[in-house]
Write a protein that binds this ligand. Structure first.
Ligand code: CA
Ligand code: CA
Length: 382
C-alpha cells in the first residue's frame, strides 16, 4: 500500500506538466515525501509525535518529548567555513518605520497580508504616512489608526504606506477565496481535502482556514517578505489551473527574523530553501502526516540553507567537511537558542531537526503554533 501511494505521489510531485512555471524548488532534485518521513522515523511514530507535540504548554506529554529530544552532543559551533566573502552584506529589508497590521507589527519594506473578502484590516503606522490602495476603501479609524476595507473579489491589492522621509512599506495584500467556496473538497478543481472537524484541543490556532490564497502565474513571484515569495510556500500538489494556499503572516515574521540572525551568525544566504510550506490536507494525508500538522494551516516551513554548493541539499553549515545530520542539528541548535531571546516572546512555535536521507539533505522544521515544541534533535540510529 505504501509503495502504491508513493508511486502516486511521486507522479504528482514530478509530473507538473501544467502551465506552472519552473520555480527554484523545481530545480532541486525531486524528493519523495513519503519516504522522507518514513526514513526519519516510522510514519506512525511521526504522526504520533505531531499529535503529542501539538500539546499546548504545560502538558505532560510535551515535557516527555522535550526530555527525549534532549540528547547531549558536543557543542557544534556554527561557524563560517560557509561564508562567501565577496558577497554584499545581508540587507534585512527594514523600512525605518513600522505598521501594525491587525495584532502584528511589520517593519519590513515589503510584506504579505492575507485578508478575507470585505475584511476591515486595521493598519496602525508608527509615523505619519501617505497611504495608497489599489482597491477597497480606506478610512480613518480614529485612535485605532487606519482601516482598509478589503475588496470582495479575490486577488492582489497592494497597499503602500509612505512616510514623510520617503520610506515605504509595501503591503502585498491578497484577498483570499473564502473556504465556503470549497465544493466537494476542491477550489476550481484544486483538491484541498478536509480539515479536522474539531480543532485540535479546541485551539483557535487549529481552526480550519477561513480563506485560501488564489495563486495564478501572475502573482506567483509576489514578495510576501523581503526575502520570500509566495511561490516558496505552495503545496507541491499538481495543478492544471490556479493553485490555492494558506500562508500565515506570523510564519513570515519568524522566517525573516531567523534569516537575519542566520546571516549575522556568518551563514550568508539571501533566503531559506523551503522544502515544504503549505500542504493541503489531502496532500498531507498522502504523506501519512498528522492531520494536525502546522503545514496544513500554512504555519510551518521545512527549511535548509543551500548556497555553496547550490545543489538542492543542506550545506556544510558547521564546516567539518561532511554534510550529515550535524548540519541540521547545528541549525536547530541555533534556532533553539535564538528563540529564547526576549524579542521572540510572541513568536514561539515548533522546531524539529531532520537528518539527510538519500532523497533529500538535512532540514529543520519551524512553525508558529504559539508555544514551544521541539523534536528530532537526536542522532539517527543508522
Ligand atoms: Ca547545498
Ligand atoms: Ca557538516
Amino acid at each position: 500500500m505504501r509503495l502504491v501511494l508513493a508511486a502516486v505521489l511521486g507522479a504528482a510531485v514530478s509530473g507538473c506538466a501544467s502551465w506552472w512555471p519552473q520555480t527554484r524548488a523545481a530545480e532541486t532534485p525531486a524528493y519523495d515525501p513519503v519516504l522522507t518521513y518514513a526514513a526519519a522515523e516510522t510514519p506512525e511514530a511521526a504522526a504520533a509525535a505531531e499529535e503529542i507535540i501539538a500539546e499546548p504548554p504545560g502538558a505532560e506529554a510535551d515535557a516527555e518529548i522535550l526530555e527525549a529530544a534532549a540528547v547531549p552532543f558536543p557543542n557544534l559551533a556554527p561557524r563560517a567555513a560557509h561564508q562567501a566573502g565577496e558577497r554584499a552584506p545581508f540587507d534585512p529589508g527594514r523600512a525605518g518605520f513600522s505598521v501594525q497590521v491587525r495584532d502584528m507589527t511589520v517593519s519590513y519594506r515589503v510584506f504579505g497580508v492575507f485578508a478575507l473578502p470585505g475584511e476591515a484590516v486595521l493598519l496602525r503606522p508608527s509615523v505619519p504616512v501617505q497611504t495608497r490602495i489599489a482597491a477597497g476603501r480606506l478610512h480613518d479609524g480614529g485612535a485605532d489608526g487606519l482601516v482598509w476595507s478589503a475588496p470582495r473579489e479575490a486577488g492582489l491589492y497592494p497597499v503602500t504606506l509612505t512616510a514623510e522621509d520617503g520610506a515605504e512599506i509595501l503591503l502585498n495584500a491578497f484577498v483570499m477565496t473564502p473556504a465556503s467556496d470549497i465544493r466537494r473538497g476542491a477550489l476550481e478543481g484544486y483538491a484541498i481535502g478536509d480539515y479536522p472537524a474539531e480543532p485540535f484541543r479546541g485551539l483557535a490556532e487549529y481552526a480550519p482556514p477561513q480563506g485560501f490564497v488564489r495563486v495564478t502565474e501572475d502573482v506567483l513571484n509576489t514578495p510576501v517578505a523581503p526575502h520570500f515569495t509566495l511561490a516558496q510556500f505552495l503545496c507541491k500538489q499538481e495543478a492544471t489551473g490556479p493553485k490555492y494556499a494558506v500562508v500565515r503572516e506570523r510564519l513570515l515574521l519568524v522566517l525573516e527574523r531567523m534569516l537575519e540572525a542566520v546571516n549575522q551568525n556568518g551563514w550568508r544566504t539571501d533566503s531559506f530553501e523551503v522544502m515544504s510550506g503549505y500542504r493541503t490536507p489531502v496532500y498531507n494525508a498522502g504523506l501519512r502526516n498528522s492531520p494536525n500538522s502546522r503545514h496544513v494551516y500554512g504555519g510551518a516551513a521545512d527549511i535548509y540553507i543551500d548556497v555553496s554548493p547550490r545543489d538542492g541539499r543542506m550545506d556544510d553549515l558547521n564546516g567539518d567537511g561532511e554534510r550529515d545530520w550535524r548540519d541540521a542539528a547545528v541549525l536547530y541548535d541555533f534556532f533553539e537558542e535564538l528563540v529564547t531571546r526576549p524579542e521572540w516572546a510572541d513568536l514561539q512555535g515548533g522546531i524539529g531537526a531532520y537528518p539527510p536521507t538519500r532523497f533529500h539533505g538535512g532540514f529543520v522544521h519551524v512553525d508558529e503554533r504559539g508555544w514551544p515544541a521541539r523534536w528530532g534533535r537526536s542522532r539517527p540510529s543508522s
